[in-house]
Design a binder for this molecule. Sequence first.
Ligand code: SAM
Length: 278
Amino acid sequence: MPGTLYIVATPIGNLEDITYRAIRILREADLIAAEDTRHSRKLLAHYGISRPLTSYFDHNKTLKGDYILDRLREGLSVALISDAGTPCISDPGYQLVRDAVEAQIPVVPVPGACAAIAALSAAGLPTDAFVFEGFLPNRRSRRREKLAAVAGERRVLIFYESPNRLADTLLDLFELYGDRQAVVARELTKIHEEFARGTISTLRERFQKGTVRGEVVLLVMPAEEAAPAEGPAVADLLLRYIETEGLSVKDAVRRVALETGSPRSEVYDEALRMKQER
Ligand code: SAM
């Protein structure tokens, strides 16, 4: 009989945010696979748990995955944990779970903290349907493409964001989406927990580049229920690409259409209108 692979959620800040069951499973596991063993040792020590520990992270997951699957096949039970929150959610684990399922090894979730769900639960935005996008790409052009692709989404958008990039992402959002309502959920469950609610432009003012600390979840109202944009995003972008960046009207129209998801003919009409006005 193979052992069981447990996917165990751990706290995202406040150490009390772990279930009795998670602690029991960790205490009973033959092996604990952790994203960062040094980080998790402190956590396990806090709960008085001392079990064999091995690492499982993005860069060793192929090799380590095989090792863990072999232990499971031998009948050992393995608990997978990540640095914080629920493994596999913007954290390593998916490949291991998929391989275990394929190998007919039982996989059991031990649910608990997840930053996206904690943020959504107290944000005050609609909770009936939402889209979790995880982290946006690092490169600005790819990030904007990604944001443009979900601009028309009718459900609340949830992103994980790094504090260093928050200001840039809020600027991208403002340019692509207009001034929708949004929430920045920062340092959840920790001493400096903060829910900053408002329009994207007010959040941009609040979270200036270089001043943001801690961990961040960003939630954005869906297109349908969004507050009307304060400035026409298409016109602003056209102006920027033509006037500031010196693109030809044709190139600017192509780029703005791609980034905003607006039909190229409409963007072209807007460019003509702007030209006539001047
Ligand atoms: N697996 C985790 C979960 O279940 O939420 C997410 C891990 S992901 C590598 C880390 C990101 O989650 C952070 O960059 C941040 O966007 C978000 N996050 C984690 N803990 C947080 C917290 N206490 N407050 C706000 N955001 C948090």
